[in-house]
Ligand binder design. Structure first.
Ligand code: HEC
Ligand code: HEC
Length: 260
């Protein structure tokens, strides 16, 4: 498949979207009670129960690849996150939160909201349940091998900032994201090992400052005293945790063979 025409189409739609997209929902604040953070039901629960189809997952992901790249590796400048290897439940929660506009992502709306996700994957209204497309694409992405050279923070192991970041991580993050940033599929805690430094820095700041509305309120409490320097140090440490070898692509030159 040739993705050039798609990228051109994507650029055109983004242009249109930025020019005229109106938001249906009033902006609400961050979730404040952890019981409201990840309620069962809705499209998330529906997608989790549907049987995914790999071929349809590949077809839908081709559209996503215009930003997240064919390998699912995103960009190390942090504009687009790596999606490859993320826990499937995390992908489902985040994608359905974005689709429900509980997590602001105007760049992505033109490809991910109902009419759009169906149109871009070649379906008309009534032909397929969009939750099925969510099930298909997330199953596909979660199995892609991860970028072996993600964007890392500035401080190498052995520097005082690295060590301080380690301490902050061990004291504040392991109970949810695990000893090595591996997260938890079952609990919807993201894998943050191997994620780009610049992307994580932005998300961490938005979570701390209440800008990411779907964030876990217990994380918000845990990090509310973090200074900007603390934030950089802890994310530096996180960005230097590599995922297990079996989750990584063999090299940074690996290309996704599903789009030959
Ligand atoms: C036009 C660019 C663009 C396209 C196309 C796009 N995305 Fe995104 N996506 C983004 C951006 C930008 C972010 C990060 C937003 C932020 O910083 O909060 C993102 C974030 C995400 C996240 C959250 C990741 C995380 O770590 O929490 C998921 C999941 C996701 N995208 C899935 C998809 C899927 C599936 C598709 C295809 C249906 C898609 N995206 C298409 C731009 C795009
Ligand atoms: C109480 C559990 C909890 C604690 C403690 C916690 N987190 Fe999180 N973190 C989460 C959850 C859950 C999310 C996803 C939130 C959502 O649903 O949008 C998240 C999201 C993130 C993200 C964004 C990931 C992405 O893909 O967008 C980063 C980065 C992050 N956490 C880093 C940290 C660091 C570093 C610490 C410690 C200083 C920490 N977290 C402490 C639960 C936690």
């Amino acid at each position: 498949m040739n993705i050039k025409p798609i990228i051109t189409a994507v650029a055109a739609v983004v242009g249109l979207a930025l020019a005229g997209f109106t938001f249906a929902n009033e902006k609400q604040g961050q979730v404040s009670d952890v019981k409201d953070w990840n309620l069962a039901g809705g499209e998330k629960s529906e997608a989790m129960l549907l049987e995914p189809d790999r071929e349809r997952g590949i077809a839908v992901y081709e559209v996503c690849s215009a930003c997240h790249l064919l390998e699912g590796w995103g960009l190390s400048d942090g504009t687009f996150p790596q999606l490859a290897g993320q826990h499937r439940n995390v992908l489902i929660k985040q994608l359905t939160d974005i689709r429900a506009q509980n997590r602001d992502n105007p760049t992505m709306y033109p490809f991910a909201l109902d009419d759009q996700i169906m149109a871009v994957s070649g379906f008309k209204h009534g032909e397929i349940n969009p939750a099925q497309l969510v099930a298909d694409v997330t199953a596909y992405i979660s199995k892609l091998p991860m970028n072996p050279e993600p964007g890392q923070g500035p401080w190498e192991e052995g520097t005082p900032e690295f060590e301080q970041g380690r301490k902050l991580y061990l004291d504040n993050c392991t109970q949810c994201h695990g000893d090595n940033g591996e997260g938890s599929d079952e609990k919807f805690y993201p894998r943050i090992q191997g994620q780009h430094y610049n992307y994580m820095l932005r998300q961490f700041e938005w979570i701390r400052d209440g800008k990411r509305r779907n964030a876990n309120p217990d994380m918000v409490k845990q990090i509310k005293g973090f200074s900007d320097k603390d934030m950089q140090m802890v994310i530096n440490y996180t960005s230097r945790h590599m995922p297990a070898k079996e989750l990584l692509a063999p090299s940074a030159d690996w290309q996704n063979p599903d789009y030959d």
